[in-house]
Design a binder for this molecule. Structure first.
Ligand SMILES: [Cu+2]
Length: 608
C-alpha cells in the first residue's frame, strides 16, 4: 500500500479486524449506538489505548487508501443479464396475501385484476460468488439470482408484470459480517401501488416470498389523464434495490440491486422504427451500475464499516460489478443508462482522453433520473447522487481507434458529501475505459442534435392543497427529518401492514414540499417514492436549466449545502404508504426517513 507507513498499515489492519469481530457479533447500529460505540461518531469517543486507536485509523476514516492494489482495465465490463419470464407461477398469484403458501406480503393488491399481469417472473435473492477483480479473491455477495448486479427487466407500458421474489438468503450468523437476511425490494419510482413498491416496512423473511405487481401504467390513469395516464410522465430507466428498514446500506452494499428498463411507443427500443425517438437500441443500449467499495487489506474481501455514520466511500470503483473494467465499442452512437448504486458517493462524470487532457469531450444527456428531458442537451459532464440515473448518448465515431475514459472528477473526501471542487482532467477516478476498436457498423439512431422534443413538462401552476416543510438535519450523531427518526410502527387500529404515517396526503391533490438543508457540512440526495417532482425554486429563485440543475422531472434531489428547494407534486391513482428519505443509504438507515401515506382525506400538517 503506497504512501503510508508500516505503523499506519498495522493500525488499518487492526481496525479492520476489530470492526469485523464487532460486526459479526450481529448487533444492529442502534444497539451499538446504545452501547456508546457510535455516539456522536467515532471521533467523539472518549476511548484510549490501542483499541481506540485501531477503531479510529486516521487513514481509513479519511477515505484514503485501504484496499489492496488492483490492476485497472484488464477485464471487460459485463453487460446486464436480461431476466426471462416464466410460463406460470405455482401457486398462482392471489389478490390477498397467500400466507399459507409462505407469502410475506401483508396487504392486498390494489389493481391486480384491473391490470392483469401479462408476464410472470420468479427471482431468488441468494448468496453468490463473484469476481470483482482478478487481483482479489472471489467475493461472497447477496444478489438477485445470486448475481451482481442483479438481472435487467425489460418492461413496457401497457404490459403489466408480476415478479415473485424469494428470500433464499443464508441465516444471519452466516452473513460474513454484514447484511440482514430480511428484505424488501423497491422498484425505484415505478408508478407502483404501495403494497408492491417495496417500502422499508414491507420486509419479508428467509423462506418467504413476496409477489410484486408492476402495472407499468402511466401516472394519471385514474385521475388527471384517464384512462391511460399522461404520456409526458413516461419513465425510462429505473433500478431496483433492497430497502429493508435499518439495513438497506448493508444489504445494498452486499449486492441486492439491479435495473429495469421501461419502454413505450416512442422510447421503443428500436432505433430503426421511425415512429419513435430512434434512440440507440439493442446492443447499443447499455446499462451501467456504479458502485464504490472497500476491501479488507488483509484478506481482500469486501468490507462494510458499520461504525461509519457519515457515509461510506470506497477506494475501488466498480461498473457492473467489476473494478475499473474496459468496454469495447463500435464507432457509432450508444445509449448508456447510468445509476449511482451508492452507498454514499456523488459523481460528476466526464469523458477524458488521457492523451489530450485539455480536450472538451461533449456528449448528450437525455434524461434526469427515470425521465427523458424535454429534449437532449449537449454536456461535458453530468452529476449524480446515490440512486440517481442519467441516460446519455455518446457518439464514438469521433474517437475511432482510440480509448477514452469515463472519469469521475467530483472531489469527495468523506461520506458527508462532495467538497464542490471539480478536479482537473486525469486527476479524478477513472472508472470505465472505452476502447473504440470494433469495426464500423450501421447506425440507425437519430442524431440527438436533431431531436426537437421528447415530452412536454406537465403544468405546475395548479394551486397546492398544502405546502409542507422538511428539515434534514443531524441530531445526536444520527440523521433526522424535522427532528425525528424513522421507525415502522404498526397502526393499532388497522390491519397488519398499515403503519403509522407522519402525515397524510390527499389522493389526487397537488402539494408543494420544501426541503431544507441548513448545514454547510452535509449533502443529502433526497428521494421521494411514487411520483416525480419538478423543482419550483432553489433558495427562493426559479431554477435555471443547466447540466447540474436539470429543471425537468426527477425523483431524487441533491440537497446541497445551505440549500432550500421547493418541489411540485401531484399524488395520484393509488392509496397507501411511501417513504421520503435520504438516499445516502447510511443516512437512510440511521434514520433519515419518514413514512407518509396517500389517503382519501389528507391532513393539514405543514411540518410533519
Ligand atoms: Cu443524507
Amino acid at each position: 500500500m503506497p504512501g503510508i507507513s508500516r505503523n499506519q498499515q498495522r493500525e488499518i489492519e487492526q481496525a479492520f479486524e476489530l470492526r469485523r469481530q464487532l460486526s459479526s457479533a450481529g448487533l444492529t447500529k442502534r444497539e451499538l449506538l446504545k452501547m456508546g460505540l457510535l455516539a456522536g461518531g467515532m471521533a467523539a469517543l472518549p476511548m484510549k489505548g490501542a483499541f481506540a486507536k485501531a477503531l479510529r485509523p486516521p487513514v481509513l476514516l479519511k477515505g484514503g487508501p485501504s484496499s489492496p492494489p488492483t490492476r485497472a482495465f484488464i477485464e471487460p465490463m459485463p453487460r446486464f443479464i436480461v431476466k426471462q419470464p416464466v410460463a406460470s407461477l405455482n401457486p398462482a398469484p392471489t389478490v390477498n396475501p397467500n400466507t399459507g403458501a409462505g407469502e410475506g406480503r401483508k396487504l392486498a393488491h390494489q389493481v391486480l385484476t384491473r391490470f392483469p399481469p401479462q408476464k410472470f417472473y420468479s427471482v431468488s435473492q441468494q448468496q453468490g460468488q463473484v469476481s470483482m477483480s482478478p487481483d482479489l479473491p472471489l467475493q461472497t455477495i447477496w444478489g438477485f439470482d445470486g448475481m451482481l448486479p442483479g438481472p435487467l427487466y425489460i418492461a413496457k407500458y401497457g404490459e403489466p408484470i408480476l415478479v415473485r421474489n424469494f428470500n433464499n438468503l443464508p441465516p444471519q450468523n452466516q452473513n460474513g459480517g454484514f447484511g440482514l437476511p430480511s428484505v424488501s425490494t423497491h422498484l425505484h419510482n415505478g408508478h407502483t401501488p404501495s403494497e408492491s413498491d417495496g417500502g422499508p416496512c414491507f420486509f419479508f423473511e428467509r423462506g418467504q416470498f413476496y409477489d410484486q405487481h408492476y402495472p407499468n401504467v402511466l401516472a394519471g390513469f385514474a385521475s388527471t389523464h384517464p384512462p391511460h395516464g399522461d404520456i409526458n410522465e413516461s419513465l425510462s430507466s429505473l433500478w431496483y434495490h433492497d430497502h429493508r428498514v435499518d439495513f438497506t446500506s448493508q444489504n445494498l452494499y452486499k449486492g441486492l440491486a439491479g435495473m429495469y428498463n421501461l419502454f413505450n411507443q416512442f422510447d421503443n427500443g428500436d432505433e430503426t422504427n421511425g415512429a419513435g425517438f430512434r434512440l440507440p437500441s439493442g446492443e447499443f443500449d447499455v446499462n451501467i451500475m456504479l458502485n464504490d467499495k472497500v476491501f479488507d487489506p488483509n484478506t481482500g474481501l469486501l468490507f462494510f464499516d458499520i461504525f461509519n455514520l457519515d457515509g461510506i466511500l470506497g477506494d475501488k470503483f466498480l461498473a457492473n460489478g467489476k473494478i475499473q473494467p474496459f468496454f469495447q465499442v463500435h464507432p457509432r452512437r450508444y445509449r448508456f443508462r447510468f445509476v449511482d448504486g451508492g452507498p454514499s458517493r456523488f459523481y460528476q462524470m466526464f469523458l477524458t482522453d488521457l492523451n489530450n487532457l485539455s480536450a472538451h469531450n461533449v456528449f448528450w444527456q437525455i434524461s434526469s433520473d427515470g425521465n427523458l428531458l424535454p429534449k437532449p442537451i449537449q454536456v461535458e459532464s453530468f452529476r449524480m447522487g446515490v440512486a440517481q440515473r442519467a441516460d446519455i448518448i455518446i457518439d464514438f465515431s469521433a474517437f475511432a481507434g482510440r480509448s477514452i475514459y469515463f472519469e469521475n472528477r467530483l472531489e469527495q473526501q468523506d461520506g458527508r458529501g462532495p467538497t464542490g471542487n471539480v478536479l482537473a482532467a486525469g486527476q479524478g477516478n477513472l472508472i470505465v475505459r472505452f476502447d473504440v476498436v470494433l469495426p464500423p457498423v450501421p447506425d440507425n439512431s437519430a442524431n440527438p442534435a436533431n431531436i426537437a422534443k421528447f415530452y412536454d413538462l406537465p403544468d405546475t401552476t395548479a394551486t397546492p392543497r398544502i405546502t409542507r416543510t422538511f428539515r434534514f438535519e443531524r441530531t445526536n450523531g444520527q440523521w433526522a427529518i424535522n427532528g425525528r427518526f424513522m421507525s415502522c410502527v404498526q397502526d393499532p387500529n388497522r390491519p397488519p401492514g398499515n403503519f403509522v404515517p407522519r402525515f397524510k396526503v390527499q389522493q389526487n391533490s397537488v402539494e408543494h414540499w420544501i426541503l431544507q438543508n441548513n448545514s454547510g457540512g452535509w449533502e443529502h440526495p433526497i428521494h421521494i417514492h411514487f411520483e416525480e417532482f419538478q423543482i419550483l425554486s432553489i433558495n427562493g429563485q426559479p431554477p435555471t436549466n443547466s447540466p447540474l440543475v436539470l429543471t425537468g422531472r426527477s425523483d431524487v434531489v441533491r440537497l446541497e449545502h445551505n440549500t432550500q428547494v421547493e418541489l411540485f407534486f401531484r399524488f395520484r391513482d393509488f392509496l397507501g404508504s411511501h417513504p421520503l428519505h435520504c438516499h445516502n443509504v447510511v443516512h437512510e438507515d440511521h434514520a433519515m426517513m419518514l413514512l407518509w401515506e396517500i389517503a382519501t382525506q389528507g391532513d393539514n400538517n405543514t411540518q410533519p
